[in-house]
Ligand binder design. Structure first.
Ligand SMILES: Nc1ncnc2c1ncn2[C@@H]1O[C@H](COP(=O)(O)OP(=O)(O)O)[C@@H](O)[C@H]1O
Ligand SMILES: [Mg+2]
Length: 596
């Protein structure tokens, strides 16, 4: 199970927070409660009319009055039906609106939350929160709240009526339903834990499905489909077990909810005979008493269902707030600075950074990185796998903040800039090229949406991505998850085109050519020279050819930049540099074999 779950009862604060979200639905819910109360009152008046009918007109034989009272009962019944229909009308639209708002807020938080949050949270958990939990809350707002409030009020008012009619019979009813209330109370505590567990397990299951679908080729290639299925089945069975416990818990509550009122009916009937015999109540009164008690049965029985719905919604709210409450550690400064004429100098000053381990300790990866990339300069970043090159690029884009030290853009600490300003100045391409479900054009012009056809063509030209023109619909072809699938090298070239098209002051490229063959890479590098003339660039490089594009090379080793200089100078003077390059070389050869 994910680290984000808790199995402790949580109290009902989360539900109160839902009411905050539900502001647009407040009026609708209030109207819903009102019409349901009217309906409940009607339901309680019907027995009174019946009692009056039995003790009055039926005994005296006044036919007209019999007709009148029957008509009254009929009208009351029809009115009740109308009220039920009105509840739906009043509540449906606002509740769906709340659901939509919740989804929207959750999504906008997901986009705002820092990379470190997404490093920790499995996507399926987020998916199930955005889908399942928001709709649980809608259901609760539509039925749960309205019925819970009205049914509780109905039960209280009903019991008062019963007591007023005959305190003896009322007391018998009440005493006999005591175990029911006790059981219901205990149920609440237990059910909530299972509700949380099952919702978390659903999230894990979603993660598993997502991973398998993404990794379907790997699963197939290694013949691991069966194992994946086993793992999936195991989790699905875990969920099923929880669901069964949940259902059993609810089942027991139902059992008591039905048995207890029936038993108390039997006892009340016995007492009833005695009460009528001693003339403490009329026959019509006894009928009214039973009819009223019958009218209370459904509200009483529904309490179990409503409570489980409430516990589900409470859990759903907690799970949603787990995400929305997560600290947005990377946010814009209160008084942001602006760089009026950006030149594009990038500097790392004594930057330390470590990832937190699950036991709370920190593994420091960068131990004082000092690197200065002058405006217009191209610096290649070289280091063995796992040395932290990707991390350095991520810090430049403020995906993370350094634990200590500073990253500066034109001498300004990037934490003093808005993220918008930072990201208009820096564009990135990653080794793992991500494309979105959209047209080629939209993907490439993502960082420069106002770009023209010429801008698009130019970027595609530089990145050697002109293959898109021969796609079925050219640059309008849908790519990404829902569209045409492209090869790794093709994706990388489009991602590079995207970075170039954004026309940033600073280009940060994390090994963006790794999936290209040597020939295409040379073409890209040639075309890039033109762009790099006017742009600052930090390029993570694996191949000597990429390194040669750079004015200067920086060697990252042991968490520090241990040498900078011209490729040829370093090659001549630095043994560690030679070692790192040759180990990268060996890795390249291995990769090429894998790609073939
Ligand atoms: N999200 C993360 N959580 C924990 N450790 C990480 C995370 N991302 C990277 N690392 C670790 O940080 C180190 C540097 O990673 P990275 O910058 O990707 O290396 P490089 O790009 O040089 O190959 C690696 O040891 C890697 O395992
Ligand atoms: Mg890397």
């Amino acid at each position: 199970m994910s680290e984000n779950s808790s199995s402790q009862p949580i109290g009902f604060k989360p539900l109160l927070r839902v009411f905050g979200y539900a502001r647009p639905a407040h009026f609708g819910i209030a109207l819903g409660i009102f019409v349901m109360l009217v309906s409940a009152v009607l339901g309680l008046v019907i027995p009174q009319v019946l009692g009056w009918l039995i003790d009055g007109p039926l005994q005296t034989g006044e036919v007209v009055q019999v007709w009148i009272s029957s008509a009254i009962v009929l009208v009351l019944g029809v009115l009740q039906a109308i009220m039920l229909w009105l509840r739906r009308r009043f509540v449906l639209e606002p509740a769906t609106k709340v659901e939509a708002n919740l989804k929207f807020d959750l999504y906008s938080d997901l986009v705002d939350l820092p990379v470190s949050f997404h490093d920790k949270w499995p996507s399926g958990q987020l998916l199930s929160r955005a889908q399942g939990d928001t709709s649980t809350i809608r259901r609760w707002l539509m039925f749960g709240v309205v019925l819970l409030v009205t049914n509780v009020i109905t039960i209280i008012v009903g019991f008062v009526i019963l007591f007023v009619m005959s305190w003896v019979l009322g007391l018998v009813m009440l005493v006999f339903s005591l175990p029911l209330w006790l059981f219901t109370y205990r149920f609440e505590g237990k059910y909530e834990v299972y509700a949380r567990r099952s919702q978390d397990q659903e999230g894990d299951l979603a993660t598993r499905v997502e991973e398998s679908v993404h990794g379907i080729r790997v699963l197939k290639a290694f013949g691991r489909g069966g194992d994946a299925l086993k793992a999936f089945t195991k989790e699905a069975e875990g969920l099923r077990d929880t669901e069964i416990i949940k259902a059993k818990t609810v089942g027991w509550l139902w059992f008591w909810l039905i048995v207890v009122p029936s038993a108390s009916f039997g006892v009340v009937l016995l007492f009833g005979a005695w009460v009528v015999a001693t003339e403490q109540i009329t026959l019509g009164g006894l009928v009214t008493f039973f009819a009223t008690a019958t009218a209370l049965r459904w509200p009483i029985e529904s309490i179990g269902f409503l409570l489980s719905l409430t516990a589900d919604a409470n859990t759903a709210s907690t799970r949603i707030h787990d995400v929305t409450d997560a600290e947005k550690t990377i946010s814009d400064p209160e008084n942001p600075l602006t760089i009026s004429e950006p030149k594009g100098a990038l500097e790392f000053r004594d930057v330390h950074f470590g990832f937190k381990n699950s036991d709370g300790s920190t593994t420091e990866i960068l131990k004082g990185v000092d690197l200065s990339v002058n405006a217009g300069e191209t610096v290649a970043l070289v280091g063995i796998t796992g040395s932290g090159k990707t991390l350095v690029t991520a810090l430049a884009a403020r995906f993370y903040d350094p634990d200590s030290g500073t990253v500066l853009l034109d001498g300004v600490d990037i934490r003093n800039l808005t993220q918008e300003e930072l990201h208009t100045n820096i564009a990135m391409a990653f080794e793992e090229a991500t494309l979105f479900s959209a047209s080629v054009q939209d993907n490439v012009l993502m960082g420069y949406p106002e770009g023209t056809k010429e801008d698009l063509d130019k970027a595609l030209q530089i990145a050697q991505a002109t293959f898109v023109y021969s796609l079925p619909e050219g640059v309008d072809t849908e790519i990404g998850e829902q569209g045409l699938s492209l090869s790794g090298g093709q994706r990388q070239r489009l991602a590079l085109a995207r970075a170039v098209a954004a026309r940033p002051k600073i280009l940060v490229l994390d090994d963006p050519l790794s999936a290209l063959d040597v020939h295409t890479e040379a073409l890209v590098e040639n075309a890039m020279r033109e762009v790099l003339k006017g742009t600052t660039a930090l390029i993570v490089a694996h191949r000597p050819s990429t390194v040669q594009m750079a004015d200067r090379v920086a060697l990252l080793d042991g968490g520090k930049i241990i040498a900078t200089g011209k490729h040829s100078d370093l090659l001549a003077t630095n043994a560690r540099y030679r070692f790192v390059l040759s180990s990268l070389e060996a890795e390249n050869e291995r990769k090429e074999v894998e790609n073939d």
